[in-house]
Structures are given as C-alpha cells and as structure tokens.
Design a protein around this ligand. Structure first.
Ligand code: ATP
Ligand code: MG
Length: 559
C-alpha cells in the first residue's frame, strides 16, 4: 500500500482494518433498487464502493435490491448495469440480487423464530400502526407476541405455502416495543404479497423486508464494509441485532456517510420520475436530468464525474454541492481534450462589400490552442459570413471591443473587418451588416501588423451547415428544490432553449461521443438519440465560464 494518508474517514477505517489484520480483503457492494435510473447521488456511492476496493485489490458486488416486486423493471436493471460500466467500474462475476438469497433468507427467518426472537403477528396493518406508539410514546405489545415457537413456525410455513391473503399475517422481530428507536419496535421481517416477482416468478408469496434482506445479503456475500447513506444510521442497531442473533460466518459492518445533493436539481428517483410523468422532461435520459443516462447523453465525460465526486469527498455532514463544482470538473476534463470549432448560435449576416464575389479562401485553423499535435483544419472564408448577433452593438459602450458602427474587429483565423453600414428591415430590426475587410491583415500571413482589441468567431455563409443546438440550463430556479413544498413550482421554464445555428463544415462529421468546443461559446456534443447526417443536433454540455457566477462572455483578446 502507498503511504498517502487515507482521504476520508471510511478509507481510514478500511486502512486500519487491513493494517490490524481484521480483514485480508475488503468486500463492498453497491445495492441499487431497480425502480428508476441512477442519478448523480448514486455516482458518489458507486465511486466509493468500487473505489475503495480498486485501491485495496478488494471486491465489489453489484447487488440488485429486488425485494419489492411490482415496482421493479428490467429496463432499470439494464440501465443500471450500463451506467456502472460507463462510469468505469466492473463487478466481474459479482452481479447478484437480493432474490438470489430468498431461500437463505427464509431459513434465517425460521431460525429467528426458533430462537424465540421472531413471531407471526395477526394484527391488521392499521392496528400494527396504532400499537407502534410515537416518538414520544412507547408502543404496545401485540396480543400475538407470545405465540409459541411451534405455532409461529407453523403459521410462517403456511404463510409461505400461500394459505393466507395479503396482510393477514406478518412476521415480526421480537425486540422492544418501548425502544426509543422506532426501528427496534418489533419491525416487520416478512409480508404476504401474492404478486409475481420478475426473477422468481410465482415461487414466493411472502417477501422479506428491506432491513432484514439487506443485512443478511451483506452477511451471505461476505461484505466487510456496508457503506450507506446517513438515513440508515437509525437502522444500524437493527442491522447489528440481526447479526447478533444469527451470528453468520461473516459479520459486516455498516458505515454511514452523507448523501450528495447537487444544487438546483433533485436526487430522488421518485421525484425524477414525477418530472417524466408530467412531461417536463423527455425521459430518464433527458440531458437536463441529473441521471447518469442524462448526463452521458448531454456529453459529460465519465472521468469528470469521477473527479467531481472525489472533490466532494466523503463526510458525515449534509451538504448541497454547487453545480459549478461539477461543471468545473467537466471544463477541466474537456479543456484539454476537446478540439475547437467555430459555430454561430444566433446568426447575423455580414457582407464584405470589398471582397470578390464567388471567391473562397481556405483559412488554416488550429484544432487546439495548446496541442499542436492535433493539427489544423481548413476553414472556408468568403464574402458573406455569419457572426453572433450579440457580437454587434449599434449603441455600444466605450469598452465594447466587438463590432460596432465604424468599429473594427478581427475575425478569428481571418481578417480585420470594419462595419460600414447597418441594414434594417421595416420594423427596425437589424438584418445585415455591410462591412469591409483589410486584405493585408490575413491571420498568420498578413503583411500588416495592425492590432485591434477584439476577436470574434464567424462561419462562412455559403458553406455553413445548419444544426439544431440545444442549450440547457438549470432545471430549477432555487438551489434546493426538494425543500420547496411542491418542487414542481420551482421549475426553470428556460431550462431548454433551442436555436438554429450555423456551423463550420467540419462539424457535419463530428463523431458521436466526442465533445467539441465551439469557440467562445462552450463545449458541445452531438445528441446520441436525435442526431443524424440529415439533421444535425448538438447539445451544449457546459458553457466556458460559470454564467451563474455572473461573468459575461467577453471578446477574446486580440490574436
Ligand atoms: P432514491 O431516493 O433516489 O430512490 P435510494 O437511496 O432509494 O435513492 P437506492 O437504489 O436504494 O436509491 O440506492 C442505492 C445506493 O445508493 C444506496 O446505498 C444509497 O445509500 C446510495 N445513494 C442513493 N442516493 C444517494 C445520494 N444522493 N448520495 C450518495 N449515495 C446515495
Ligand atoms: Mg431505496
């Protein structure tokens, strides 16, 4: 092992357990419930569970918690597998399901009955709730609590056989109805549910409850450290109670850490599903969704996601992480990687009145400013160009270094131009700029060493390829939408803007899955679902700067 100090309290515990010889191999699990797609919070759990074993040559199980038949779907199982792989982790032959252990779980339940610490209760669900008490009042024992072991065994076996209807009986642990911890007030272990299970079919009509199934699955798999989020802290006494009673060969240890919450979004499968149901987004993989599938479709690199959760760290303190932290990880990853291209999102026509009609010059453009090995490409330049509408201002302040009437600007990889005339339509809308270019200022080979303050991007009109560009913004208008009573009221109506953009020709061949920087605008990638050769569709991954930090897009310094 290296001698770097462990970077968080969980890695410290693991480090100590290896040093002391308590464990020779670390075994963890990531236990999703296949009732939705994985989100950014799960990324943290995946990176932690798979990360600690990657670092210590241990093993990690991907275990589907499929104890809740009816809500779980094969589509979600496939999506979860794909997402974990995409993040860069591999469970090898350790793909399991809680349902793989239904027989062993059943045997453990019978064992609890034999030990006299579990009983079949015949109260109704409502009566059980009434007996439970409250946070300030102790619960009351069920009248069925003192059934004999023989009677309990008989009833439980008949529950399994299908002799009873849903809700008629329930198997409960016999712990303490007066415990200040509600989880210890005789929690349910098995419920009767006459419903088919997606893996075990009609084999069972009783299903184990989460706490019991989860604890014992951890034990069966030899999990050493069962890492979960803080809301399970109050369940730990129950987790330990099961282990104390059943004394399995492997005793896992539950350790809790705080959830990762991302500002301006939500991380709850239930609420994300509500967005889909309400048609606010197009599906689990809508690029605005904080799901792994959505983020992948938007173009977030897996490496950036891993870097992001590393920066967030593993702690016991609840926190709301700024979206800017995630976006910075993405910018850092893409800044080095993404080739540069030119695209105009909101086009304004420029006509160079002194440029020969029908002439096309090919300008050599660097694919990456810091990586000459990525080469150059040829960029057509001609008399009619597109520039960005907001790179021109008719009434410009003195510090506006882009184009203004009578002003000059450099066209990136092109010439210096001057705006001579503003053409408007009948409504006073600017529809065209008539400009002149200075032939001595061609980028790289110009004979003039004239300098101007601003440089703007452009695309030659005749060769430009049209594309639909989807500009994404925060899904919500408030940092913590889950704290709003009805989170649907906090939706950002402008989370998606669609523009008809003009792209330089090279972008028609942009490979899927490869991010590109539109100079001065941000990072973009082709949409994995809707893009085709006939109809180009690009997604904005992230802007170049955090616009939410109120930094305005400026003209680049003159080249
Ligand atoms: P949701 O509330 O979105 O349904 P969940 O916790 O019910 O989430 P599971 O599929 O049960 O989802 O979670 C699998 C694992 O991921 C659990 O160990 C859980 O603790 C962890 N996890 C879920 N959400 C987060 C989060 N926001 N941050 C860190 N870990 C999380
Ligand atoms: Mg859950």
């Amino acid at each position: 092992m290296n001698d770097m100090p462990p970077r968080d309290f969980i890695r410290q515990i693991i480090h100590d357990d290896l040093q002391s010889g308590k464990h020779a191999t670390i075994v963890t699990r990531f236990p999703p419930e296949p009732n939705g797609y994985l989100h950014v919070g799960h990324v943290m759990s995946i990176c932690l569970n798979f990360g600690v074993t990657e670092e210590t040559s241990g093993k990690t199980f991907l275990r589907f918690d499929d104890t809740n038949p009816g809500k779980e779907r094969e589509e979600f199982v496939r999506a979860i597998e794909r997402d974990v792989h995409w993040l860069g982790f591999d469970w090898e032959d350790r793909l399991t399901h809680a349902s793989d252990y239904f027989e062993q779980l059943y045997a453990s339940a019978e064992r609890l009955i034999e030990l006299g610490v579990a009983y079949v209760d015949s109260l109704t669900a409502d009566e059980i709730r009434e007996h439970r008490g409250t946070l300030t009042e102790p619960g009351r024992n069920s009248p069925y609590r003192d059934r004999s072991v023989a009677e309990n065994l008989d009833l439980f076996r008949r529950m399994r056989k299908g002799d009873f209807a849903d809700g008629e009986h329930v198997l409960r642990a016999k712990i303490d109805m007066a415990s200040p911890n509600m989880n210890l007030r005789d929690p349910a272990l098995y419920r009767i549910r006459h419903i088919n299970h997606q893996r075990t079919g009609s084999d069972w009509c009783i299903y184990p409850m989460y706490d019991f199934a989860h604890t014992m699955s951890d034990a069966f798999e030899g999990i050493t450290h069962s890492l979960c989020t803080l809301e399970f802290e109050d369940h730990r006494p129950l987790y330990d109670w099961f282990l104390d009673q059943l004394e399995p060969a492997h005793r896992p240890r539950q350790i809790e850490f705080s959830r990762l919450n991302l500002a301006y979004t939500i991380t709850s499968k239930r609420k994300l599903n509500a967005l889909i149901e309400a048609d606010v987004v197009t599906g689990w993989d809508d690029p605005r969704m904080p799901t792994i599938a959505g983020m992948r479709r938007r173009g977030y690199p897996a490496a950036a996601m891993r870097d992001f959760v590393k920066r967030c760290g593993v702690t016991k303190k609840d926190k709301l992480i700024e979206m800017g932290v995630l976006e910075n990880s993405i910018r850092e990853e893409l800044g080095e990687q993404a080739q540069r291209r030119m695209a105009v999102l909101r086009p304004l026509k420029v006509v160079l009145t002194n440029y020969p009609e029908n002439q096309v010059e090919m300008m050599s453009a660097l694919n990456h400013p810091n990586r000459p090995e990525l080469g150059t490409r040829e960029l057509p330049f001609s008399r009619e160009l597109w520039i960005e509408q907001d790179d021109f201002m008719e009434e410009a302040p003195r510090k506006f270094f882009r184009l203004k009437p009578g002003g000059e600007v450099r066209l990136r990889f092109g010439y210096i131009i001057r705006c001579d005339e503003v053409v408007k339509d009948g409504d006073g809308q600017i529809i065209e700029l008539r400009c002149s270019y200075d032939p001595d200022t061609r980028s790289g080979s110009g004979t003039s060493d004239r300098k101007v303050k601003g440089t703007i991007h452009w695309v030659s009109a005749a060769q430009a390829v049209p594309a639909e560009v989807r500009l994404y913004d925060r899904l919500f208008t408030v940092p913590d939408p889950s704290a709003v009573e009805d989170f649907m009221t906090a939706l950002n109506p402008d989370s998606l803007q669609v523009v008809e953009a003009k792209l330089e020709p090279a972008l028609a061949e942009q490979p899927a899955g490869e991010a590109v920087q539109f100079e001065r605008l941000g990072y973009f990638s082709v949409d994995s679902e809707d893009h085709s050769i006939e109809a180009l569709v690009f997604n904005r991954i992230v802007t170049l700067r955090d616009s939410w930090a109120k930094i305005e897009r400026q003209a680049m310094p003159a080249s």
